[in-house]
Design a protein around this ligand. Sequence first.
Ligand code: SF4
Ligand code: SF4
Length: 132
Amino acid sequence: MPVYHDCQRCTACCRWPGQVCLNDEEIARIAEFLQLKVGEFIQTHTRLRFDRQGLALQEQADGACVFLKDNLCVIQPVKPQQCRDFPNLWKYPGSEKYCRAIPREVSEDDYVRLTSEATLRTPEAVREIIRR
Ligand code: SF4
Ligand code: SF4
């Protein structure tokens, strides 16, 4: 049975070391949401990825994502796909220790439906990812 993880919005994943990668579409969407020009958003909120092959969100001094304020994501409606996909479409070894998402066994159809709702991916896209 697939295991779906219900996010408890603890925001631990917004504080982990690492990087939130952005594609061009996400950059444009977040800039528009913040009412910034794309260039201005890139200058003020992004940095090069570790591999220098693209952009990622900046971090605050304590390592938390630049958009985490008072335990809330201030760009929630337009947050990057990487954020939406965790923890049901990707996770890394050891993340279970910090993530408070509640696991529950569900049917495959329910897993696809719930994950589609959480990630805003189409059910077909979710099925394609879990088949890989
Ligand atoms: S964009 Fe939002 S959800 Fe993603 S890491 Fe930053 S604060 Fe968390
Ligand atoms: S995915 Fe996990 S770590 Fe991130 S906010 Fe939800 S419960 Fe917390």
